[in-house]
Structure formats: C-alpha cells, structure tokens
Design a protein around this ligand. Structure first.
Ligand code: A3P
Length: 285
C-alpha cells in the first residue's frame, strides 16, 4: 500500500503522529530560556537522547523515567503529542526535533535555550532506517536495500537529505548554545559523552550519578524497558517481530549491508555534497 506522506515547507514527514496543524504549532511554539532541545536526523539516536536528557537535567532521579513513557517525557516539537503533554513537562523542559534549522520557531533564536545535535554515520543511519521502514506501518515499504539507498541519497526520505540536515544545523546563529555529539562517541564511551553533556547543561553531576545514568541508558536496559522500547505502541503501528525499534545499537553495522559498489557510490555522493564544508565529521568513516 502507498503511504500518503505530509509535505510541509518542502520537508516530508510521516502521517499519524504529524499533521499540518502540529507542524504549524511547532513553528509558533514559544521556546523558553530554560528549554533544552535535542536535534537529530531520524535514526541517529533520538530515543537514546530522550532517555538521557531528563536524567541529566534532574540529577539522575529515576522516578519520572519509571512512570512516564520516554516519548512523553521528551516529546517531539513537530508531533501532535507535544500539544497533549506540554503542560505536564517539568522545568527545565526537554524536547526533541527532526526538523531542519530553518524550520525552527523564531523563539529558538531569541531565547537562551540550549541545543544538542546528535549526528550518526550516515551509512548506519541508512541501515537503521531501512529496518525501521520495514517495521513501521506508517512508512512506505523501502524495497531492496539498494533501492532504499537511492531513495536516501536523493533525499526522498523523512525530513529530507541527510547532508542538508547536517549542514543546516552546522550553520546556525546559536554559537555556544549548541553542542555537537556523535552517536559513535556515545557508543564508544557513554559516561564520557554524559560528562560533556552535563557540563554543557550546567549540571555538575558526580561520577556516581554519571555511572547510574549510563547504566540506565545502556542499550540492553533500554531494550528491556517498556518505557523506552516502544513495546507500548500497538503492533499495527510498529511490528517489533519484523525488526525491533532498538535493533542493534552498534556503530558500523553498515559493513554487513553495503557491497563495495554501494560503498563507493554512497561515499562519493556524501563527500561531494559536503565538499565545501569546513567541518570534518568523525562519524563519516
Ligand atoms: P539501530 O537500528 O542501528 O540499532 P532513533 O531513536 O533516532 O530512531 O535511532 C534509533 C537507533 O538508535 C537504533 O539503531 C537504535 O538501536 C539505536 N539506539 C537506541 N538506544 C540506544 C542505546 N541505548 N544504545 C545504543 N544505540 C541505541
């Protein structure tokens, strides 16, 4: 069956959780000085940051994470859910978004809110997205891996081209209000990433608290936790028998999926699109 995606100001978003109204609501949303916004391209570690952020902000208190689902604790700016849960968010509020920078509400710029941008190796993003399209009923069937790679490189995917997203968030006027983290550094050493995050957010967490948060947010624990593993979402929307949402949780799974021709093509397209950029991404290897 063909899925009717929503196109909002040139960006393709999935139906169900999003609507024209929810996207308008996001555009007019009033970001406050104390807000923290995590930004990701889809499949770059969004749910992980959603689990981490409230714990860093509240000093490692596990009470809310045991009673409120991950996606309600840290809702999406662009989804219908935000309007439903916004009044219950604690202060400081944490939210996430997949939108590009130019679709942020003007209040992001004028506030003193902080932003965390999480990037992931686009090859692993592609692989993760491929499986996600198989399990999520509200997404178009991806076809073969090779076909889906072409769709991805053409940017005919949710929230547009990966390179456009990264570039958009690399060129902001946010100055030191934005922190760049990579999925790979989180996989490699989560406590170290949590220390960076906690300093950025002005929380001086003890080593004990850092270790406690890292343990709670490990892949194994999040996968076993109904508040973060999406098992609460009905099977007709997400079928974890086809592929679990928390699927592998590693860096470099692309090596099990790319042929050498696919690798050559993918790398040359990405490299070309980033050729005028002065940044070097550790997650591109
Ligand atoms: P894989 O499909 O490669 O396993 P998003 O939340 O942006 O949709 O990203 C989902 C990806 O992040 C999935 O990648 C998922 O397994 C991974 N992920 C989620 N929580 C994680 C954790 N605690 N540790 C490592 N990876 C995690």
């Amino acid at each position: 069956s063909t899925i009717e995606y929503i196109y909002y100001r040139g960006i393709m978003v999935p139906p169900l959780a999003h609507s024209e109204e929810s996207l308008e609501y996001a555009q007019n949303f009033s970001i406050e000085d104390t807000d923290v916004l995590a930004v990701t391209y889809p499949k770059s570690g969004t749910i992980w940051m959603q689990e981490i952020l409230p714990l860093v902000l509240n000093g490692g208190d596990l009470t809310p994470v045991q009673t409120i689902a991950n996606w309600d604790r840290v809702p999406w700016l662009e989804e219908k859910r935000l309007a439903l849960v916004v009044d219950q968010l604690p202060n400081p509020r944490a939210m996430v978004t997949h939108l590009p920078y130019h679709l942020m509400p003007p209040s992001l710029q004028t506030s003193r809110a902080k932003v965390i941008y999480v990037m992931r190796n686009p090859k692993d993003v592609l692989v993760s997205s491929y499986y996600f399209h198989q399990m999520a009923a509200f997404l178009q069937d991806p076809g073969t891996f090779g076909e889906f790679m072409n769709t991805f490189l053409e940017g005919k995917v949710l929230f547009g081209k990966w390179t456009d997203h990264v570039k958009s968030w690399r060129h902001t006027e946010l100055g030191d209000r934005i922190l760049y983290l990579t999925y790979e550094e989180m996989v490699e050493d989560l406590p170290a990433a949590l220390r960076r995050l906690s300093v950025f957010l002005g929380r001086n967490l003890s080593e004990e608290v850092i270790q406690k948060i890292a343990e709670h947010c490990s892949f194994r624990n999040m996968k076993a936790n109904p508040m973060s593993n999406f098992s609460l979402v009905p099977n007709e929307y997400m079928d974890s028998k086809k592929s679990p949402f928390l699927r592998k949780g590693v860096a470099g799974d692309w090596k099990n999926h790319f042929s050498s021709e696919q690798l050559a093509k993918f790398s040359s397209v990405i490299k070309k699109e980033l050729e005028n950029e002065d940044f070097c991404l550790p997650c591109l290897d």
